[in-house]
Design a protein around this ligand. Structure first.
Ligand SMILES: Cc1cc2nc3c(=O)[nH]c(=O)nc-3n(C[C@H](O)[C@H](O)[C@H](O)COP(=O)(O)OP(=O)(O)OC[C@H]3O[C@@H](n4cnc5c(N)ncnc54)[C@H](O)[C@@H]3O)c2cc1C
Length: 441
């Protein structure tokens, strides 16, 4: 008890872990580069509210969130739309990012976690291969454990020695470059209020247009960087079929990045554990990471508390590694393979998949319980299976890509199921090499 823990960066999962650990007597401090009021974004997020419960937190007040609308997926040629059909019981919630932070930080502070805002972290402090603290613009801070919650480009993860086996950099097709803005609402939308366009105009990525009560939310996500001229051109063309998109930007207007890939292979090292976007915990196809980060906070805190000696070595933190993959990382792995398939499909092939019913609205229904491919496709009717099989067989190019997907899912599933039961540097590094190889594009 009383061991000193640093949470590097105020990511959602890191703050939730700080809250649990501080309430259990650990001396926890979160170091965050932004001022408190500047944390988060000027927009809303959709996620499973069970994340709060998993992190031992109450739900936010009712007036701080609403239930999400079903989404409508639009194929590249815009000839067909697939509308989700979510069970009202399993709807995710939509909440302002700033309110999510207020809820998490208030809970963590009430439980005794400390916060240092406006503190830029520049890298880890290492003693041999052990992480023993963080370097900040204000000086070095030492700790028994560093929880890395500093997001996709964490300066801690990126500067770990390669020999630890923790992947430091993200690769091609592993993140979305995103532009998002809220526009004034220029017209009412009777149906399909939340549209997601796939591979629109032949570009690898998505656009969404969500007509909310007071504004229209537009997001453009691509696998390659793009500039404001390109964003404006895309928005102008989206406006032609979506008159709800006004010309005045009311919020947002920002470029950001989201990991859309398999979870980080090795989450732990001596004195170190990664959580949230720094460990790529988002759902690979859609980039939602809040609920997974909150759920992971419980698993990490449990592993820390199970280490009663307070060694916080890779060996003792291996419980977190295994529990995370069992509950979250392994079910997400096949979804990462489907995302890779999307990057290999030609727009006309995706149109074919939509038009022939290989995918239908039910398949696109991802709700709070859709944490794996099997959860999404469970309950499929025999007639649907026949439609899918017929459609795939009739198109050799699609067939080839679906067969490759099947092989890749099998390899990814095998890789996650063969994770070593206990940690040794050799076993962990061999395993992670095999795991990463399963996700080659
Ligand atoms: C446009 C967009 C839309 C999204 N929509 C959704 C959604 O609808 N639903 C959903 O579940 N998820 C969504 N996500 C993803 C979601 O934001 C993340 O997956 C989730 O927040 C988990 O990431 P994180 O909190 O670990 O990291 P981050 O949100 O990146 O937080 C990291 C924190 O660390 C701090 N930090 C970083 N570097 C340093 C440093 N050097 N020194 C000090 N502090 C540092 C940052 O300031 C930040 O506060 C969206 C993301 C984007 C960009």
């Amino acid at each position: 008890m009383g061991k000193k823990i640093i949470v590097a960066g105020g990511g959602h999962g890191g703050i939730a872990a700080a809250s649990i650990l501080a309430s259990n007597g650990y001396d926890v401090t979160v170091y965050e580069r932004h001022a408190r009021d500047a944390m988060g974004y000027e927009w809303t997020d959709i996620f499973d509210k069970a994340g709060f419960t998993a992190a031992g937190m109450p739900l936010p007040p009712q007036d701080k969130f609403k239930l999400k609308e079903d989404m409508t997926f639009v194929g590249p040629a815009e000839t067909i739309k697939l509308r989700q059909n979510t069970d009202p019981e399993n709807l995710e919630i939509q909440m302002e990012r700033k309110d999510i932070y207020t809820h998490l930080i208030t809970q963590a502070q009430q439980n005794g976690a400390k916060f240092v805002f406006e503190c830029e972290i520049t890298g880890p402090v290492l003693f041999g291969n052990r992480v023993v603290g963080i370097q900040t613009a204000q000086g070095i801070v030492y700790a028994d454990l560093v929880i890395d919650a500093a997001g996709l480009h964490s300066p801690i993860r990126e500067q770990l020695p390669e020999s630890l086996g923790v992947q430091t950099k993200v690769g091609e097709y592993e993140r979305f470059f995103v532009y998002r803005a809220f526009f004034n609402k220029a017209a009412e939308t009777a149906e399909d209020k939340f549209k997601i366009y796939l591979l629109r105009e032949g570009k690898l990525g998505i656009c969404w247009v969500a007509a909310e009560e007071t504004h229209t939310d537009v997001l453009i996500g691509r696998f390659e960087p793009f500039d404001i001229e390109e964003a404006n051109r895309t928005i102008a063309s989206l406006r032609e079929s979506n008159p709800a998109i006004g010309t005045e930007i009311v919020r947002g207007n920002q470029f950001v990045e989201i990991p859309v890939r398999q979870a980080l292979g090795l989450l732990v090292a001596d004195g170190y554990a990664a959580i949230g976007d720094s460990a790529f915990m988002t759902v690979p196809m859609i980039g939602s990471g809040i609920a997974n980060s909150l759920k992971a906070s419980r698993l990490l805190a449990d592993a820390v508390m199970a280490d009663t000696e307070g060694a916080f070595s890779a060996s003792t933190l291996w419980k977190y590694q295994r529990d995370f993959f069992k509950n979250i990382g392994a079910p997400l792995a096949p979804m990462a393979c489907v995302k890779l398939l999307l990057t290999r499909l030609q727009p006309q092939e995706l149109d074919y998949i939509f038009e022939t019913g290989i995918l239908n609205g039910d398949d696109m229904t991802m709700d709070a319980t859709s944490t794996s491919l099997s959860a999404i496709f469970s309950g499929m009717k025999p007639a649907d299976v026949m439609t899918k099989v017929r459609g795939v067989i009739k198109n050799p190019a699609v067939l080839q890509k679906i067969l490759r997907l099947g092989k890749q899912i099998a390899a990814a599933t095998l890789a996650t199921s063969t994770m070593p039961r206990s940690y040794s540097p050799e076993k962990a590094c061999a395993w992670v090499k095999n795991y990463n190889n399963a996700f080659k594009r």
